[in-house]
Design a protein around this ligand. Structure first.
Ligand SMILES: NC(=O)c1ccc[n+]([C@@H]2O[C@H](COP(=O)([O-])OP(=O)(O)OC[C@H]3O[C@@H](n4cnc5c(N)ncnc54)[C@H](O)[C@@H]3O)[C@@H](O)[C@H]2O)c1
Length: 383
């Protein structure tokens, strides 16, 4: 029963609040929140209507009544916090990127496997019902052999040269910014929907705004006033990809495209048909054929079983990102109860993303085609 699970959110920023709402929406017990200081934690607890139970993560880990820890902090903190929670016997929902280095992602994934605890990673775009519909049609063979896979993930929240965020500094965000933050979502989604693996790629990373104010800033679009520093993470990534079967792909990633907010868009072109999904318009999907094209509409009364399962509202009453989160948390908790929900993104998917990010960084440094290296690096991964 989801209602019997007790969870704590670590990190009270933008996505922490989304997790908190999703936990409550599943009927589970949101027991508390941990922030960067006990004072901030107490403030967040009050805002979220909770008692201020936990001054820090250690207090959560010492509480035997807590079964699940949601890690919603800046990227560089994920590994340490998720590892501590797993070692304390807690199931973990860890925000992406699971880790900013492949070896750390391997260690975490292996630890979860060894302990039998669930480690789920919110690649939540998998939970749009029409994403599931396109995947179901691919599984039925509707599109034929892939000819080309392409798309983009565009945002504009870093367009101002005064925009700051902890994401800009590699010490907090990791060595890749735009690609690791949002390009990783696109790769996870397209690999999962199309049923392919990108095995090699060549990438260019560009920092279009050379300096920004220092300071961590809030999650999105804070204007900094501190002294300016050179930016060492990319605003734009352009990537050519090839799948294990030699299918070409292209991906454009940007955090500086005016008017684009979370425009994750993909087109999958097959021998017998094409499919398009646009995250900013998730209630319809475009299906192309040589003799015409049509829009399909999310509808719990029609379509694949997974589309119906994840349709939380009647057709025509728009559902979106927050519903994806609720469905994702519900599936993560189902996995904790021993079920095997379809398409739950786990530590293995977080590790896969870390490997793709590493290949992008390697290729951007060498300007060469680079394999996505699946070779285990650590003793933990080999054990
Ligand atoms: N899956 C998704 O769709 C999605 C969307 C947005 C963000 N994210 C991920 O979520 C994470 C957080 O992003 P955000 O947008 O919420 O950032 P944010 O800046 O809004 O929130 C991060 C919070 O963590 C707090 N924090 C810092 N150090 C802490 C510590 N030691 N202990 C507890 N809390 C601490 C900060 O004070 C801040 O409130 C990032 O890793 C990001 O990649 C994922």
């Amino acid at each position: 029963m989801a209602g019997s699970l007790r969870a704590v959110v670590v990190g009270a920023g933008m996505i922490g609040a989304v997790h908190a709402a999703a936990i409550r929406a599943t009927g589970a017990d949101l027991a508390g929140v941990v922030a960067s200081t006990p004072e901030r934690g107490a403030r967040a607890a009050e805002e979220w209507g909770l008692p201020a139970r936990y001054p820090d993560l250690d207090a959560v880990l010492a509480d035997d009544s807590v079964q699940v820890v949601h890690v919603c902090t800046p990227n560089a903190l994920h590994v340490g916090q998720a590892e501590a929670a797993l070692r304390a016997g807690k199931h973990v929902v860890c925000e992406k990127p699971l880790a900013t280095a492949v070896t750390d992602a391997e260690r975490l994934t292996r630890l979860a496997e060894r302990t039998g605890l669930v480690l789920a990673v919110p690649f939540v775009y998998r939970y749009h019902p029409l994403v599931r519909e396109i995947r179901a049609r691919r599984l039925r063979g509707e599109f034929g052999a892939w000819q080309l896979l392409h798309g983009s993930y565009l945002q504009d929240w870093m367009l101002s040269e005064d925009a700051v965020s902890w994401r800009v500094d590699p010490r907090d965000g990791g060595p890749s910014r735009a690609f690791a933050d949002i390009g990783s979502h696109w790769c996870d989604l397209v690999e999962w929907v199309a049923g392919i693996r990108f095995t090699e790629l060549t990438a260019r990373l560009d920092t279009t705004i050379a300096s920004r104010p220092t300071g961590t800033g809030a999650s999105f679009a804070s204007a900094g006033t501190g002294p300016r520093a050179e930016v060492r993470t990319e605003d734009v990534a352009t990537v050519l990809l090839r799948t294990d079967d030699g299918v070409p792909g292209t991906l454009t990633v940007s955090q500086v495209s005016a008017g684009r907010k979370n425009r994750l868009w993909f087109e999958l072109d097959g021998a017998d048909g094409s499919a398009v999904f646009d995250q900013e318009n998730p209630e319809t999907a475009w299906l192309g054929a040589q003799d015409g094209a049509r829009l399909i509409v999310r509808d719990p009364g029609h379509g694949s079983a997974e589309q119906r399962r994840l349709s939380r509202l009647p057709a025509g009453h728009a559902q979106g990102y927050a519903d994806c989160f609720t469905s994702f948390v519900a599936d993560a908790y189902a996995a904790i109860r021993g079920e095997d929900p379809e398409g739950l993104p786990t530590g293995a998917d977080g590790l896969r993303a870390a490997r793709i990010v590493e290949a992008v960084l390697t290729s951007a440094a060498s300007l060469a085609w680079t394999d996505v290296d699946e070779t285990p690096r650590t003793m933990e991964a080999l054990a």
